[in-house]
Design a protein around this ligand. Structure first.
Ligand SMILES: Nc1ncnc2c1ncn2[C@@H]1O[C@H](COP(=O)(O)OP(=O)(O)OP(=O)(O)O)[C@@H](O)[C@H]1O
Ligand SMILES: [Mg+2]
Length: 377
């Protein structure tokens, strides 16, 4: 039976849809005509829910007080506290960057979360499996790409993929299909028969990632995925890592000591130093922790610089300006609003600036503020 329904102005798209379907002669009732629209609406709702899940996501890694000490060789009884009781949460669909200088404890943490290294303290759940009591469950559900890579130079790429798949009990036909699809997704379409040793560094790293994903894990750990690659290959790898998350929905937990990598690739960053997490947040949130923007003024003379420093000191949210010859440096809480005031002050005082720079804080500034050291040290 036909159901009467008034079409409101906002229903234009729906009305078109009804006519289109009617003209095809396939509609028997209005409610039937609206079924595809309902499906479309439900699909849109589902997409929204997925996006929300991506933003808010369920925890896929939860660790409390995770700790690992090593006995130092030679030094009797001396312990190295590589990871000192860290708490962390990674949510489904996130790309999380684990950033820290050499020796900070990144690989040790990753190896613990992948069950390759037993924690000396604390607990964790990884993709729903308990790290201590269900290590097989954890291994089945995760992918791990080691810092050193895992391909042998003589083996052909395809052979490496097939033997990795065999470890997970995947049949050869499924492995081949998945392997080829993953290679294509990572722009490695033509490497199946090529020896791994003959691939470029970037291609080999992407092959490592294909192998880490062959059993379709929901979560993949990448230890320093782009170390040793040239800037172009690194940027290309980032695009592929983002694609993994966007198209396959894989959660990515990666370590890096490159600030630009953490900054441009991660939804969220955890900064580790000396085995302790010293900061956590989105790249923008972390940069906000560093107070304000840096202003650098270059004047014609040292005398002008001294006078400019007095004017700059009066700006809202300014710290004490530092003058060096004809250059004045200071921090303000908001460079965008401070700069016009500063320039007007200089003009009013008859001082001509020959250079002005405003720099937003970088993740290195964050690290410097938190630890007193540069990440590059
Ligand atoms: N098997 C081990 N035996 C003894 N000490 C170790 C062992 N593995 C790691 N360490 C020490 O633990 C600390 C953390 O090492 P880890 O490899 O986790 O650092 P990382 O952050 O991954 O550094 P990198 O950026 O160089 O890869 C370092 O002081 C390291 O020397
Ligand atoms: Mg490491």
């Amino acid at each position: 039976m036909m159901t009467a329904r008034a079409i409101k102005p906002g229903d234009v798209a729906m009305a078109h849809r009804v006519r289109a379907i009617t003209s095809e002669g396939t509609v028997r009732s209005i409610s039937q005509a609206f079924r595809p629209l309902r499906h479309a609406r439900l699909a849109a709702q589902e997409r929204l829910t997925n996006i929300e899940a991506k933003v808010q996501g369920l925890p896929i890694i939860e660790a409390q007080g995770l700790k690992r000490t090593f006995k130092a060789r030679g030094a009797k009884g001396k312990l190295i506290e590589a990871v000192r009781g860290i708490d962390l949460v990674v949510r489904e669909g996130e790309i999380v960057g684990f950033l820290g200088p050499n020796g900070a404890g990144k690989t040790t943490t990753l190896k613990m979360l992948c069950t390759l290294l037993e924690p000396t303290g604390g607990s964790a759940t990884v993709v729903g499996a308990d790290l201590r009591t269900d290590s097989v469950g954890v291994r089945r559900r995760i992918g791990y790409v080691s810092q050193a890579g895992s391909t042998s130079p003589e083996a052909r790429a395809g052979e490496e993929i097939m033997s990795q798949a065999e470890l997970y009990g995947i049949s050869r036909s499924v492995a081949q299909k998945r392997g080829e699809a993953l290679l294509a997704a990572l722009d490695l379409g033509d490497v199946w028969d090529r020896p791994c040793g003959k691939l470029s560094g970037g291609q080999r790293r992407r092959l490592d990632i294909v192998m880490g994903l062959i059993h379709e894990p929901k979560l993949v750990f990448l230890d320093e995925p782009s170390t040793g690659l040239d800037p172009q290959s690194r940027a290309n790898l980032w695009t592929h890592i983002r694609k993994l998350r966007d198209e396959l929905g894989t959660t990515v937990f990666l370590t890096t000591h490159y600030m630009d990598e953490a900054d441009s690739l991660s939804d969220r960053i955890l900064i580790i130093d000396n085995g302790t997490i010293v900061a956590e947040g989105t790249p923008a949130e972390l940069k906000k922790k560093v107070s304000g923007d840096a202003i650098t003024l270059t004047l014609r003379t040292a005398g002008d610089a001294e006078r400019s420093a007095l004017i700059a000191a009066g700006l809202a949210g300014a710290d004490t300006p530092v003058t060096e010859a004809n250059v004045v440096r200071l921090h303000v809480s908001d460079g965008g609003s401070a700069l016009p005031v500063l320039l007007k002050g200089l003009v009013d005082a008859g001082i001509e600036a020959i250079g002005v720079e405003v720099n937003r804080p970088t993740l290195d500034d964050v690290f410097l503020t938190l630890t007193g050291r540069s990440l590059r040290d």
